[in-house]
Design a protein around this ligand. Structure first.
Ligand SMILES: NC(=O)c1ccc[n+]([C@@H]2O[C@H](COP(=O)([O-])OP(=O)(O)OC[C@H]3O[C@@H](n4cnc5c(N)ncnc54)[C@H](OP(=O)(O)O)[C@@H]3O)[C@@H](O)[C@H]2O)c1
Length: 329
């Protein structure tokens, strides 16, 4: 059986993994919804070479009827849109309801946290999209994931892993004993391909992860594998919470400042993961999520130690480079 899937955000960090997962699975005909200003991007051109049909759509300026016409014929719509563009999905949801989409996968793909919790900015936007789905009685699957391995490792003093570093991850929070769901981002696509073919996941939240590790575990693995001692900074829970409040105040004073927004996302993730301890399998089950480890017991995810081996062998990839290069051309 072949399924027609429309992917929104196919050129992004999450979207590229979903695209790879769908292609590897082999049972999907895939189209990508691309903004007019992104049609000439090398990453968009590369989609065509992989037999992905490009549908140009402008959620900001086109009507719901125009977007619904683009969605016609696609049973499944998946959004993996940039964190700052979550509310663009409201029109996509309206259009999917109009087009009779059989399963809408909104842009979840984030860590486990409760609606109304400390992740007020990112989770708050995502929950608005969920409410719009439920308003329309639109069939859906919400997929959330562990925090990516690719942004979970600390810097080594030799500089050996700098080539793949994004941000500063050398701050040890409290005793470093908060457990967190983690995943190699490449497994997100493989699991998403399974989830969207599975009737058990319709109208459900699903979480996917490979491992549950503390910072203490991560330090032990990378130090053991590299033979280097991580230069560790320390932060208390109170310091993290104060940083989050300061970041929120700064964004309130500078609402169009992208970096201020990024600082709030980062600070809220930190408090959610390390202070609230939201991002755990127990909390996911408490919030009603299905667990892909139970749904697909045969699936063998990439382990954190395997990822660290790749990282130390210079085989990892720095994230968001394509977008960065395009912006700075
Ligand atoms: N679990 C984790 O550790 C983790 C880490 C990072 C992110 N995430 C989650 O993953 C989700 C996707 O984030 P990402 O970082 O993968 O996305 P990203 O790389 O920033 O993806 C950008 C994609 O969004 C598309 N897009 C459409 N409208 C846009 C707009 N108005 N502004 C900017 N881009 C727009 C872009 O398409 P064009 O081709 O049209 O430019 C591009 O394909 C986020 O919701 C975030 O919560 C999770």
């Amino acid at each position: 059986m072949t399924y027609n899937v429309l992917l929104h955000g196919a050129t992004g960090e999450t979207g590229r993994e979903i695209l790879d997962g769908l292609i590897e699975d082999g049972s999907f005909t895939i189209a990508a919804l691309v903004r007019p200003q992104s049609v000439e991007k090398p990453a968009t051109k590369a989609l065509e070479k992989r037999s992905v049909k490009i549908l140009v759509g402008d959620l900001a300026n086109q009507t719901v009827d125009e977007i619904a016409a683009l969605l016609d014929g696609y049973e499944t719509v998946i959004s993996a849109v940039a964190a700052g563009a979550q509310l663009d999905q409201l029109k996509l949801v309206d259009a999917a309801a109009k087009a009779g989409t059989k399963r809408f996968v909104p842009c979840g793909f984030t860590t486990i946290s409760p609606p109304g919790g400390v992740m007020s900015l990112l989770r708050g936007d995502k929950e608005q999209v969920h409410e719009r789905i439920w308003y329309h009685h639109l069939p859906y699957t919400i997929i959330d994931t562990g925090y990516w391995y690719q942004i979970s490792f600390p810097r080594l003093p030799s500089g050996k892993v700098d080539y793949a570093m994004l941000g500063d991850h050398n701050t040890f929070v409290g005793n470093g004993d908060a457990p967190n769901l983690l995943i190699d981002k490449r497994d997100i696509g493989r699991l998403t391909a399974r989830i969207i073919k599975d009737t058990r996941t319709l109208n459900k939240r699903v979480f996917l992860h490979a491992e549950v590790l503390t910072q203490d575990d991560i330090w032990a693995i990378i130090q053991g594998k590299s033979g280097e001692k991580v230069e560790t900074k320390h932060a208390s829970h109170d310091e993290l919470v104060a940083k989050m409040h300061a970041a929120r105040a700064n964004l309130e004073a500078n609402p169009s400042d992208t970096m201020a927004r990024v600082a709030v996302w980062t600070a809220e993730y930190d408090v959610s993961k390390y202070v609230q301890r939201d991002n755990t399998p127990e909390n996911a089950r408490y919030l009603g999520y299905l667990d892909t480890k139970e749904l697909y017991p045969d699936f063998r995810p990439i382990t954190f130690t395997a990822f660290i081996d790749e990282l130390l062998a210079d085989k990892a990839r720095k994230l968001y480079q394509d977008q960065f290069e395009f912006l700075h051309k």
